[in-house]
Structure formats: C-alpha cells, structure tokens
Design a protein around this ligand. Structure first.
Ligand SMILES: Nc1ncnc2c1ncn2[C@@H]1O[C@H](COP(=O)(O)OP(=O)(O)O)[C@@H](O)[C@H]1O
Ligand SMILES: [Mg+2]
Length: 366
C-alpha cells in the first residue's frame, strides 16, 4: 500500500490510495494483481494510472510480474472520492477571511447579459430579508454592476487598526466590489492587469466579512481564472448556473458547468431567467436535466427588475411584480438545499434535545 500511495492522480491532486481507488491487491508468490477503480472507465488518465501502478509494483523486490485490473467506480464510491478531494482542497487552500461555515453561492453563466448580477443582488437581498447574515462579492472585476444595483455609494475603507477592508452595507447586505474602489468602468479597463486581477484574492483575504451565513459571488461571464481561483480559495463554494430560455444560452451554460466540475465545485442548481412570451421557456429545465441538477426556478421577464436595478432597490425588497415572487421562492429553495450551517448545527442540537426528552420518562405535555 505504501508503494501504491506513491501513484498520484495529477488531476484530482491526491494518491490512488487516499482517493479510494485501490479496490484490492492479490498476491500469489511473485504475481501481484491490483484492482483500480477509476472515476469513469474511459478516464483520460487511465493509461497513466495503470502504467504507473504496474511500474511501481513491478519495481518491488520479489515481484515477478504485476498486472492491473481497471474497473469504474460506483456512484457511491465516486461521491466519497469527491468529498475526499474537497476536504483536501480545503486543507490546502490559502486562508481566507470567509469562515468555512459560510455557504458560498457562485452565480455564473456562460455569457453576459443573462441576469447574473440582477439575480445575485436580488438573491442576496432576499436572503438578508429572511434574517440571514449575507455578503455579496462582485467578482466581475471589470464589468461590476453590484454597487449600482444595490444602491451603495461611497468608497471601501480599511480600518485604521486592523488594516482590514470594511464592506459597505445596503439592504442589510455587506457589499464588496471593485466598483467601490474606483470611479468608473473606464478606470477599471485602464487598470487591467496585475492590480485588478489580484482584487479577488484581496477581497477574500483582506475584507472583514464577519460571520456570514451566505456569501453570494457575482461571477464574471464565462469560464476562466476567476472560477478556478474561487474554487481553490473557497472549496465550499457551490455554483448556481443562470441561463435564458434559448438553446444557444444552454450550450454555453453547459461549458461553465463542465468547468465547475473540473474544479470540483458542485452545482446547486439552474435558474432560468427572462422566461415568458418573448424568449419562451423550458430551456432552464432542459439544462438542469442535462446537468443532473435541480431547476431552482424560472424568473419571468419583468420590467420591475430593470427599474429596481436602476434605482438601487432590488425588486424583492418591495415584492412588486412577478419576478420578485419567483426570486423569493428560489431563495427558499436554496435555503433548503444549502441551509445555513449555524442553523443546521443549532437545529441538530434541538432535534437531539427533543429526542432525549421523548426518551425520558415524563411525557412532554398532559
Ligand atoms: N427577469 C428580468 N426581467 C427583465 N429584465 C431583466 C431580468 N433580469 C435581468 N434583466 C435586465 O437584463 C440586463 C442584464 O442583466 P444583468 O443582471 O446585468 O446580467 P449579467 O450580470 O448576466 O450580465 C439588465 O439590464 C437587467 O436589468
Ligand atoms: Mg453582471
């Protein structure tokens, strides 16, 4: 087993023993056979893993020949492997100021203009309305729109003693965006380069987020560096994929989801935005089915969303128009799928207490 533990899966970042890929080892005199369960039978790394395993075992003194029997993992084995990988990523991640108990929702889409920022700001405000501690991180460094949508003004400042950046607050949401550092999107474009590309990292390590139940991250469109960086530094992050009802939008959305899976970010579900007579509907449901994740809801095309964004007052605050209702329902669904961890432990404790009481001699009521 020690020898086998030297065989690394370069993609998952771990050795085949800790990743649970070694199913069995049979030794008959000088003949050794190792059973390897790979994530999928046509795993692109199959040759590498098989060859490495054979080579390492054959190198051992007393071994005449080594063979490897490859099988595909069961669903359950794969789920276990994924949680091992995520735990490892968490251990290796650079420390951030976002508590590991904070649920992180990365709102992503294949392309711009589908309503990521509108949904992010509304979802954050809706979660805060429900009494949760909420932060929003505008990770669309060059195309930020969160400050305008939530109506925050003013500039981010660092605390004189701690040197940590204090988030701005709007609608009970703690807000951090490059838009609150610089004056205009034109300036952002001029800053393109190392200064702003480090912004995300700084927002995670140098902002005093406090105890958050939820951190909503408004992702830049498409796949790329930001997605990878987020998966690396916030291993608890889960992706919410936004799509419009059209076919073309689904195709690009599949690509973001693929990327998420490659960086081991689970997908909490799909939201279809702008559904209705103009663009049709059903694209979100198809995408959700393709990805094997829940459709969290459909948000209709609704002018109140645009107005809310322009006025810095997300529609969920006043609850006017059909979109607000859908977004509130989506919020409830998310809170169900990703309950705040503090509440989870708390209700766990309460459940235990009740169970103990019920086991006790005295009936709870007469
Ligand atoms: N459900 C909706 N109904 C009507 N307009 C919407 C809806 N969702 C978003 N919009 C509008 O569409 C435009 C793009 O939305 P935005 O959230 O900025 O997209 P993204 O962040 O994906 O680029 C904005 O003008 C926004 O007000
Ligand atoms: Mg946006």
């Amino acid at each position: 087993m020690e020898t086998l533990a030297r065989v690394q899966d370069p993609e998952l970042g771990g050795n085949i023993v800790e990743l649970g890929m070694v199913t069995d080892v049979r030794i008959d005199e000088g003949h050794v056979e190792v059973g390897l369960a790979l994530t999928i039978a046509e795993c692109p790394l199959r040759n590498h893993l098989e060859g490495e395993t054979r080579r390492r075992i054959a190198d051992l003194p007393g071994v005449e020949d080594a063979s490897v029997r490859v099988t595909a993992m069961t669903k359950k084995q794969r789920a276990e492997l994924m949680s091992t990988v995520r735990l490892k990523a968490r251990d290796n991640a650079t420390p951030t100021r976002v508590s590991p108990a904070t649920r992180v929702i990365a709102v992503a889409s294949g392309k711009g203009g589908v309503g990521k920022s509108s949904l992010s700001s509304n979802l954050a405000a809706a979660l805060a309305l429900a009494g949760h501690q909420v932060g929003i991180l505008d990770a669309d460094i060059w195309g930020f729109s969160i400050p305008r949508m939530l109506g925050v003004e003013g500039r981010l400042q660092a605390d004189a003693d701690t040197k940590l950046i204090e988030p701005l607050v709007a609608h009970d949401v703690r807000v951090v965006s490059t838009g609150s550092i610089i004056d205009s999107e034109e300036t952002a474009l001029m800053w393109r380069g190392p200064m702003l590309s480090k912004a995300l990292e700084q927002f995670l390590t140098q902002v005093d987020w406090g105890e958050l139940d939820y951190l909503v991250v408004d992702m830049p469109p498409g796949t790329g560096d930001v997605q990878m960086a987020l998966a690396r530094s916030l291993p608890q992050a889960e992706m919410l994929v936004v799509t419009t009802p059209q076919k073309a939008a689904q195709k690009v959305a599949v690509r973001v989801a693929d990327m998420a899976r490659r960086s081991h970010m689970p997908i909490v579900g799909v939201v279809e935005n702008m559904s209705g007579e103009m663009f049709g509907s059903g694209g979100g449901a198809e995408l959700a089915e393709d990805l094997g994740v829940p459709l969290l809801g459909s948000v209709p095309l609704d002018h109140a969303v645009v107005q809310g964004s322009d006025n810095g007052r997300p529609v969920v605050i006043d609850g006017t128009g059909p979109a607000a209702g859908s977004i509130l329902a989506i919020r409830d669904r998310i809170a169900e799928l990703m309950p705040p961890l503090r509440m989870e432990t708390c209700s766990g404790r309460i459940a235990k207490l009740i169970a103990e009481l019920e086991e006790g001699s005295a009936p709870a009521s007469v």
